[in-house]
Design a binder for this molecule. Sequence first.
Ligand SMILES: Nc1ncnc2c1ncn2[C@@H]1O[C@H](COP(=O)(O)OP(=O)(O)O)[C@@H](O)[C@H]1O
Ligand SMILES: N[C@@H](CCC(=O)OP(=O)(O)O)C(=O)O
Length: 279
Amino acid sequence: MGTQLSKRNMKVKRLVVKVGTSSLVYPSGGLNLRVIDQLAFVLSTLCEQGKEVILVSSGAIGVGLNALRLKERPKEISEQQALASIGQSKLITMFNQRFAHYSQTIGQLLLTHDVFDFPASNQHVMDTFDKLLARHVVPIVNENDSIAVDEMDHRTKFGDNDQLSAIVATHVDADLLIMLSDIEGFYDQNPLKHDDAQLIPTIHHIDDETYAVAGGKGSRYGTGGMVTKLTAAKIMLQHNSQMILASGKDPAIILDILAGKPLGTWFTPEEKGVVQNGK
Ligand SMILES: Nc1ncnc2c1ncn2[C@@H]1O[C@H](COP(=O)(O)OP(=O)(O)O)[C@@H](O)[C@H]1O
Ligand SMILES: N[C@@H](CCC(=O)OP(=O)(O)O)C(=O)O
């Protein structure tokens, strides 16, 4: 546990932040305006400091459910896709308002998996990211839930935004992926079921043993639970990059993470996992 007290070495120019539905939507269904506003403030501040920031935001279906006052996610795909269409436009409107309050321009990118599979479309989406970042705009990314569907050999779904955020982060060569969830980090057992679960501060390798302690989702809005977060971390490690899993309750945590404070769980290749002792 010695690393808990040491500052992390964080040199980040290009950053991807992923925020899950559980951080954006209250258990009762309403939008968490405080979190949205703080995210807008923190990410705008980082842009002002010259960093390049991409936000991958979930929430389309959760916000759509609330807009129609539905308590349960409908089973039918077309119903879910209609909800995503309603929720995504409300969500981006809210982000637009809050970022505008901090004089920050945003852009919306709704992606499907095939974009990354075909070289020309992959190149185009990369060019779009580059142009937006060069103009100090924050791209806000989600899966295009209203049209994504898998058929035969045509794969358009990512399945979950944890993997989408890692795919985006590796494609744009981000220095760091910060994954904000409803939990402080990765624990040695599911903290919802075990009171004595311990937070693991640093992970260099993900193997079957790591997956064995990853449980399912924590709220009715979450999708993948810890399994999809580990898969995202694995994608980052394979790309010799890093991810920090931390709580999205207070998005100001992003500033502390970038300052090197040992918060959450740091998934990092061994050679990058250097800490500055005593600073
Ligand atoms: N080993 C573990 N460490 C931390 N959380 C775990 C673990 N196993 C299962 N979980 C659960 O995973 C949940 C986070 O996943 P999820 O509900 O999908 O969140 P999000 O909406 O942020 O994507 C936590 O609330 C927790 O209950
Ligand atoms: N694209 C979906 C979210 C999928 C997803 O992975 O959700 P979450 O587990 O809350 O990050 C939506 O916007 O509702």
